[in-house]
Write a protein that binds this ligand. Structure first.
Ligand SMILES: C[S@@+](CC[C@H](N)C(=O)[O-])C[C@H]1O[C@@H](n2cnc3c(N)ncnc32)[C@H](O)[C@@H]1O
Length: 282
């Protein structure tokens, strides 16, 4: 199986599921739109399988989008800058991490963000209520080695350079840009019945509003695939997208959960997908 490149470990990434989810996409289509791009795993996988030639990447997290843009459009600069920041840490690695974290919170510099992503605990970003990045460093690791990072950057850039439009807007603005022939892949942060924002991201989305927006997409005959697990922390609430017409719900067998494997259990996890009808019955 072809190895799909990725930039850094990123909690919530669809990297391991991307190939399975892509089976629901046609072999060739115009443009893939990711309104909740995160680490852009689906876009990278889709480019790697040559299913689309144009892409739109959006995420409300601006430094993340700025970083994706640098990686894709300026790989040489990005790899060089990462090496510089990474190499500075040899004096006091932990102290260095906190310095970069402070700098990032003051400047929103995407290169600081890349180092933090590569170096923080389990690649899991965390924000406090003021939107400041507050995740700690992984004390056992120094973060992706610069030569490996350079390879990751160039592998991604070679697939996507010159093919992507970048935005950092609320997802509803991106829905308005979609045209028939595009496919929107959505992996929203789930807020559901939690009531609080999810500290993994500095924003959540309201379920009811999201459902209304989807109805508009169906009306406009825009194709889409949604990963929507109804999960809040470790609890599954099973809050479903209740639209009946124009959409189909599928439980994709996603394999054994890593948590269950650790506990010696044999639990299979499922990925909840909602797919517009035209992609199921072309
Ligand atoms: C579950 S993550 C996406 C992970 C992605 N599929 C991947 O493979 O890495 C959800 C993303 O939505 C972004 N987000 C949160 N609220 C948003 C909004 N209102 N509009 C656009 N993006 C938003 C977050 O910053 C986060 O990166």
């Amino acid at each position: 199986m072809k190895k799909i490149p990725h930039l850094v470990q990123y909690q919530g990434s669809k990297r391991n599921l991307a190939t399975q989810i892509l089976r629901f996409f046609p072999n060739k289509f115009g443009r893939l739109i990711e309104p909740f791009a995160g680490s852009a795993a689906m876009t990278i996988a889709c480019a790697s399988e040559r299913k689309a030639e144009r892409f739109l990447l959006n995420d409300l997290n601006k430094p993340l989008v700025d970083l994706l843009k640098l990686v894709i459009e300026e790989p040489e600069y990005t790899a060089k800058k990462y090496k510089e920041i990474w190499t500075e840490q040899h004096v006091d690695s932990i102290e260095h991490y906190y310095e970069i974290r402070n700098k990032f919170n003051l400047t929103q510099d995407p290169m600081c963000f890349l180092y933090l992503l590569a170096r923080c605990v389990k690649g899991s970003v965390r924000y406090n209520s003021e939107g400041l990045f507050n995740q700690s460093p992984d004390k056992r690791r120094k973060g992706t080695n610069p030569s490996q990072m350079e390879k990751n950057i160039y592998d991604i850039s070679s697939l996507l350079k010159g093919k992507v439009d970048f935005h950092s807007l609320d997802y509803k603005n991106i829905f308005n840009m979609a045209l028939p022939g595009d496919i929107i892949y959505m992996d929203p942060p789930y807020q559901g019945v939690c009531g609080e924002k999810d500290s993994r991201y500095f924003s959540g989305i309201a379920h009811a509003e999201f459902v209304e927006e989807l109805k508009q997409l169906i009306k406009k005959k825009i194709s889409f695939v949604i990963s929507y697990d109804g999960q809040c922390g470790n609890k599954i609430y099973g809050n479903e997208i209740s639209i009946k017409a124009g959409i189909k719900h599928i439980e994709l067998k996603a394999g054994r959960s890593s948590q269950a494997t650790l506990l010696g259990k044999n639990e299979i996890t499922y990925e909840s997908l909602y797919i517009s009808h035209d992609l199921i019955n072309p």
